[in-house]
Design a protein around this ligand. Structure first.
Ligand code: UTP
Ligand code: MN
Length: 610
């Protein structure tokens, strides 16, 4: 962990305009700067950088953050590396971690902790060069790749190599084979004490010694968007377990965020406006060999939300193409589930299901690239896949089957972030279930539940739109901290997540007596905390003018009014439901009248133009 005070200090000293400008040319317009967004394709600039807020925001795709966030996103760096990059630019030294949790060997002094990530990248690059050179020397490895239909050109493009057999071949590439950094970057394995009874590992003079992680394998380097080598996948040449061995997570390798083949695919993705996601290293390489160059693979099988977010920044169309087996179908469904919360109405996600027993590699080799591209054209849109899958084993001819569909679709549809698609799905589910759209919306809203079991506690499940209002309010406060004073904390129940976040935000802002905190500092302060999830998302696109304070205030007031009236309405509904079965007390009667008056006056405030 880097201390918060250091981060705050760093953000006070760098200027986000300089930082962004290193990568993206900016145009000044009014108080802010703008550009075409580097994170999504667009024709007119909706990417805005505010020097006063030290914050960037894309009103098209919702990308946003501080200077640190920008470097992370744009250059594909981890948090620590991004901080390091910014700090070194202004001559600040990042305080070093105490090595925590790691057991020091007795008598050994602390090593200088946290060697710069730069050192690890450098080692990885040396390893790639070594493995590539070894490939040239191994006719067995060359024959294997040829046997899989790959040319030398493609092998070079993907920097494929070969890790020779033996315990310590990397010692030839690294004279300082004992360096801790080789273990840190996952190339070399340290024998573990508890494992001394196992047979793995080499034994010299009765002592176990460190050894290469990858031995006798075809090596696929994993390269990030900056062109840095961050990990490897290594495939056995013959039979053997595991078929693919991957680098462990290291300071420079976070599996859940990386996509294999992205740097090689980038240009083709831009040109086609489409990114194809496949399962395996070999699928990516074989497709490229056949001229289908816009493909990437998630590492391992699961597509994470971080992957989806990254993919959405690359192209307007995302096609998931998984193997035609049970594992492939599972992977496709996982991808769907992890995509819902990140969908946008200007993005198209679809799914290709290959024939049983085929993977993209075998398919393209058998049928050629036009057949593969044809498959993509006929891909199943996400919405259809969702409904097909849910309807698979149920009988829609029966009321039970139809209600089951309503039931299983609910949590999925409510997660969908794209309002248009969500609406379409409401309609489709209604059709399939033989009810009206209105009835579906009723069924899916928390209010329906309140009606059937009165009196519900006041804070019973908020409906999704309400949650979105909360979310938007908090985002506005984060971007315009002066609004914190106007936030009615009574609307935010401290015991709920949104409420906890609201209180934490307001406390942090009001503690800043001389108002020297920028939104950038606020976002970084809450990075990784529960509050962060309320600051993310893509909900402020409706802002009329970019970062215009008056607009933000007006939006803020309207949202808060809407929330307040919902709150009153809910309480009235509860009283009404109660009144249906029992007499209201005098107290409750008064409360009802009061609520109704408040609601009236709120409505008149809301409907009056500004
Ligand atoms: P597959 O088993 O489908 O292999 O694994 P593949 O891609 O078809 O590879 P070839 O054609 O046999 O060479 C798909 C992906 O799952 C991960 C790898 O990323 C692989 O590319 N995987 C698979 C592993 O990480 N470890 C394994 O042991 C197997
Ligand atoms: Mn395969």
């Amino acid at each position: 962990m880097i201390p918060d005070s250091f981060i705050q200090d760093l953000l006070a000293r760098v200027d986000i305009v300089d930082v962004v400008e290193r990568y993206v040319p900016l145009k000044k317009g009014g108080a802010n700067y703008s550009a075409r967004c580097p994170f999504h394709n667009e024709k007119s600039p909706s990417f805005t950088v505010s020097p006063t807020k030290q914050f960037y925001y894309c009103f098209g795709c919702g990308a946003k953050g501080s200077a640190i966030g920008f470097v992370m996103e744009y250059a594909g760096l981890g948090f620590r590396e991004a901080v390091q990059e910014l700090a070194s630019g202004i001559g600040l030294k990042v305080p070093e971690d105490e090595p925590s949790g790691r057991v020091r060997e007795a008598g050994q002094p602390y090593e200088k902790a946290a060697a710069g990530a730069a050192d690890l990248y450098e080692l990885m690059t040396q390893a790639v060069d070594f493995y590539r050179n070894e490939l040239k020397k191994s006719s067995r490895a060359i024959e294997y790749l040829k046997g899989r239909g790959l040319t030398g050109e493609i092998a070079a493009r993907f920097r494929i190599g070969y890790a020779p057999d033996g315990w310590t071949p990397l010692a030839q590439a690294f004279p300082d084979y004992q360096s801790k950094l080789l273990v840190d970057c996952g190339l070399v394995k340290e024998p573990e004490e508890e494992e001394s009874t196992k047979s793995d590992g080499q034994r010299i003079d009765g002592q176990k010694k460190r050894y290469d992680r990858f031995r006798d394998r075809i090596m696929f380097p994993i390269i990030n968007q900056r062109g840095q080598v961050i990990g490897f996948g290594g495939r056995v040449l013959d039979k053997g377990e595991p078929k693919y061995l991957n680098s462990p997570e290291t300071p420079i390798f976070d599996k859940g965020r990386e996509l294999y083949g992205l740097p090689q695919a980038r240009l083709a993705i831009r040109e086609t406006g489409t990114v194809v996601v496949v399962e395996g290293y070999m699928d990516v390489v074989a497709l490229a060999q056949h001229g289908v160059a816009n493909c990437v693979a998630a590492l391992g099988t699961a597509t994470t939300p971080a992957h989806v977010q990254k993919l959405m920044k690359q192209a307007d169309r995302i096609v998931f193409c998984f193997d035609g087996d049970t594992a492939g179908r599972k992977a496709a469904w996982r991808a769907l589930e992890n995509s819902l919360a990140h969908l946008a109405d200007d993005r198209l996600l679809s799914f290709v299901f290959l024939p049983q027993g085929e993977d993209p590699d075998s398919f393209v080799r058998k049928n050629g690239n036009t057949a593969f591209i044809e498959l993509q054209k006929n891909a199943t849109p996400l919405s259809q896949y969702l409904l097909d899958h849910l309807s698979e084993n149920i009988n829609l001819k029966t009321p039970e089957g139809r209600s089951q569909l309503l039931h299983t679709a609910k949590p999925l549809i409510l997660q969908i972030a794209a309002p248009g698609l969500r609406l379409q799905l409401f309609k489709r589910v209604a059709e399939l279930a033989g009810v009206s759209q209105n009835e579906v919306e009723q069924l899916y809203s928390a209010r329906a539940n309140v009606a059937v079991r009165p009196p519900a506690p006041a804070r019973a499940g908020r409906r999704a739109p309400v949650a979105r209002n909360f979310h938007q309010l908090l985002q506005l406060v984060a971007l315009e901290p002066a609004l914190a004073k106007r936030l009615d904390l009574e609307l935010f129940d401290r015991d709920t997540e949104a409420g906890g976040a609201a209180h934490a935000l307001v406390e942090w802002i009001t503690n800043d007596e001389d108002s020297s905190h920028t939104p950038a500092m606020l976002f970084e302060h809450f990075r990784g905390s529960a509050v962060e999830s309320f600051l993310g998302g893509n909900e402020l696109n409706s802002l009329r003018d970019k970062f215009d304070q008056a607009d933000m205030e007006r939006d803020f007031d309207n949202l808060q009014l809407a929330l307040r009236s919902t709150r009153y309405q809910e309480e009235m509904d509860e009283l009404l439901a109660k009144a249906a079965n029992a007499h209201l007390s005098a107290e409750e009667d008064r409360r009802f009248m009061q609520l109704s008056r408040e609601l009236q006056s709120l409505k008149s405030t809301q409907s009056s133009p500004n």
